[in-house]
Design a protein around this ligand. Structure first.
Ligand code: UDP
Length: 356
């Protein structure tokens, strides 16, 4: 039986890993999970393991609250020690966080095959820590599972076709998660009644490029305040954003609620009028649940959403945000186009990994 070590650490990775963990059990791959501890609060971590039935991590590194270098360095050391002991057949990483890079680097130096899920994405903005993590992780991986044609194209443009690295387009595992958990979410979640929501805008803000730039953050908050005067805006606020707003002495007029679990998030996505976000995953989830999205960034890795008119990029400009809100609020779109696969991305990846 194949033994795979999976490294996760941040919220979006729990959602992605849940889909593969379930499929690994079906195809008889033994998976042991390392949780680096990058996200550790009950509502940023534990709730995902419980709701999504993710196996309990075999290792908890508890590494958080450090600078990028210190965090990545300590993770590298911790993961290497585990890999030396476990001697797995492969190491799985997801997305673009410091946990992704640390896992890939530790394994590649030990000649353990690295499997990167959500490979090939690029924003072409090297100021983003995520972009650095993505590029380096892809380059030292052995198997690259790409969610979109654009991701495959990006890798080819960087010369990957001539490297001994397997590139596989399998679709988006977040689509699998959205489809699989939607029915359960509607049975379990009480988020709409709890916050008395009927017609509302769902927003999330946590990207470093927005939270660490006071002018950008002020402008976004002012735009959301203006929209809140038209339609109630609900923001499950990331702990980092909450902390920065408090330090800047900003009290938004819209509804800030604590971060919600995945089931509540699905209900918010399904029932909102429109989504405003700087999250990567939430841009796609808006599409999965048939909602237009306004993205608080200058670029996106999910270009097909913009090209097809489902998503509009506004950066941090409050005026552009209001104009996009006005336009998209009355726009009708057909969301039935297949951009991210048929919900079987994890199933096909797990079957292939079992055979590698
Ligand atoms: N999410 C959640 N609760 C929240 C905010 C986000 O469950 O309060 C989920 C969201 O639906 C998506 C994932 O977390 O599945 C995305 O994580 P995040 O926005 O933190 O990261 P990114 O996708 O930008 O890397």
């Amino acid at each position: 039986m194949k033994k795979i070590i999976t490294v996760v650490g941040a919220r979006p990775q729990f959602v992605k890993a849940a889909t593969l963990s379930r499929e690994f059990q079906k195809v008889g791959v033994e998976e042991r999970i390392i949780h680096t501890g990058q996200h550790f609060d009950a509502n940023m971590s534990d709730v995902f393991f419980t709701e999504m039935d993710i196996p309990k991590p075999a290792y908890q590194l508890d590494i958080n609250g450090l600078t990028h270098g210190a965090m990545t360095g300590r993770m590298l050391e911790g993961i290497e020690e585990i890999l030396l002991k476990e001697k797995p057949d492969g190491l799985m990483v997801y997305g673009d966080t410091n946990s992704t890079l640390a896992g890939a680097l530790a394994a590649s130096k030990l000649h353990i095959p690295v499997i990167h899920v959500e490979a090939g994405l690029r924003s072409f903005n090297m100021a983003m820590p995520e972009e650095i993590n993505r590029i380096l992780t892809d380059r030292i991986s052995n198997y690259l599972f790409c969610p979109t044609d654009t991701a495959v194209k990006n890798l080819h443009a960087e010369g990957y076709a001539s490297m001994p690295i397997r590139i596989i387009k399998n679709g988006d595992v977040m689509q699998d998660a959205a489809l699989y958990y939607a029915a359960k979410a509607s049975q379990v979640s009480d988020v709409l009644t709890k916050h008395q929501l009927s017609s509302f805008v769902l927003a999330t803000i946590h990207r470093q490029e927005n939270t660490d730039n006071p002018d950008y953050l002020r402008s976004i908050i002012s735009g959301l305040n203006s929209i809140h005067a038209i339609t109630p805006v609900v923001v499950p606020i990331h702990p980092r954003t909450r902390g920065i707003l408090a330090k800047m002495d900003i009290t938004p007029k819209f509804n800030m609620i604590d971060p919600v679990g995945y089931f509540d998030m699905i209900m918010l996505l399904q029932n909102c009028d429109i989504v405003i976000t700087d999250s990567g995953g939430v841009q796609k989830e808006a599409f999965f649940f048939g909602k237009h999205c306004i993205t608080l960034r200058e670029q996106t890795e999910w270009v097909e959403l913009v090209e097809n008119g489902f998503n509009t990029l506004v950066g941090s400009d409050s005026q552009q945000l209001l104009t996009a809100f006005d336009f998209l609020s009355s726009k009708a779109s057909d969301f039935s186009i297949d951009l991210y696969g048929n919900g079987k991305a994890a199933e096909s990846a797990a079957k292939m990994i079992a055979e590698f």
